[in-house]
Design a protein around this ligand. Sequence first.
Ligand SMILES: *[C@@H]1O[C@H](CO)[C@@H](O)[C@H](O)[C@H]1NC(C)=O
Ligand SMILES: *[C@@H]1O[C@H](CO)[C@@H](O)[C@H](O)[C@H]1NC(C)=O
Ligand SMILES: *[C@@H]1O[C@H](CO)[C@@H](O)[C@H](O)[C@H]1NC(C)=O
Ligand SMILES: CC(=O)N[C@H]1CO[C@H](CO)[C@@H](O)[C@@H]1O
Length: 388
Amino acid sequence: MPTLHSTLNFLALLFAIFGTTWELVVKPRLVPLGYGRVLAPVNNQNCKHVPELAACEKIVLHQPSGVIYLACSTQSSRVHWTPAVSRLNASGASFDDYVATYDPKTSRITRLKIEKFTSPRGLSLHGMDIIPSSSDPSELFVYLVNHRPPLGDLEAREVGADSAIEIFKTRLGGTTLTHMRTVEDPIIITPNDVIGSCDGKSFYFTNDHGEKVGLLRELDTLGRASTSVGYCHTEHGCHYAIQHMHANNGIARAPNGLIYVANCVRGGLYVLEPQHDDMLVLRDYVSTDRSLDNLSVDSKGNVWAADTLHMISKHFSDPSIPTPSSALRFTVNRDNNTTTNGKNYLVEKLFEDDGGVASGITSVVYDAERNTLYLNGLASPSLTICKL
Ligand SMILES: *[C@@H]1O[C@H](CO)[C@@H](O)[C@H](O)[C@H]1NC(C)=O
Ligand SMILES: *[C@@H]1O[C@H](CO)[C@@H](O)[C@H](O)[C@H]1NC(C)=O
Ligand SMILES: *[C@@H]1O[C@H](CO)[C@@H](O)[C@H](O)[C@H]1NC(C)=O
Ligand SMILES: CC(=O)N[C@H]1CO[C@H](CO)[C@@H](O)[C@@H]1O
């Protein structure tokens, strides 16, 4: 997600050059990013915090047990090292990020111990998926986006991160994360989020930009369609599943097999259908009034999306400054078929807060069976748990 600060600088430059007008061109593009929006808090009263679990970019629910898995870092590391927003100061990164579990029944937090992972470049986490094995549902495959620093003397600011997808496995209730393989490929450019398969061998991932570094990246904010979804199989390699999309961010898979991708600039949800050759075909686009970050699908098949106004605040540079957050739910309209231009989803705002309760939220997950909403974010001060 672009920070509004860098985007505004860039737009100011464009105005100087082309003399376009603010009202006609820029303002409409800023509205989905939160410009001028009036907050209306909802469902933020019955919440509690788990400060031990801060700066967790991604939450995945294990529905049968109610246990959540989180991909976490530190707030300070994110400020220096978040390739998605061109923060490429590798010397300020932790490279010691971790996956934790949180069991709401006991409030117990377990930081999973890494095994058989020998890369000296460590783990710098972002998107994640957790999928039970088809042969043994208590064995879980863990797919992680790892933003490694570049090799050798290369400077991250010049070449970007050397990002890869790591595949681990763990057992439900276990305390270790055992490395299986690292997948690297020229089309894994700027991976953001990932959805894995139940054999530990393949995944789809979003590239949130078309390039790792450079000014061209900023044009995405103005509608340049340079992002993509890639598909990798550990035995057959990687290919693009769909290209020329705008502002891809989180990715999630519904029980019916459809794949959703969030647009983090214009706001909206791409609805994609996998084909036999692992390509994706666009089936629908659901517009929203706000930009979307990370997605999840609950056990009823409804899609949840986080939105934070951090781009128009100073939150990203200083995460201690509270930032308003909201969560949207997309309910599939079962009485309609899926071909009619976005009208098949009802979009509702199920959570909103001024940042006092939930700040800088980029990931929301809803446990439909326990009526519990989990919220966290890239640079959030804590995990927030709300009863709806
Ligand atoms: C990069 O990170 C290091 C370590 O935290 C810090 O000392 C340095 O000031 C940072 N550089 C920039 C340009 O922010
Ligand atoms: C979807 O709805 C449209 C309009 O009602 C209809 O023409 C079309 O046949 C329907 N398609 C399916 C697959 O049901
Ligand atoms: C189906 O979608 C149409 C718009 O395409 C909408 O007017 C209608 O209310 C929907 N049907 C149901 C049962 O919600
Ligand atoms: C895993 C994932 O989807 N991450 C995105 C969530 O939202 C933040 C904030 O906008 C993005 O920077 C991440 O790329």
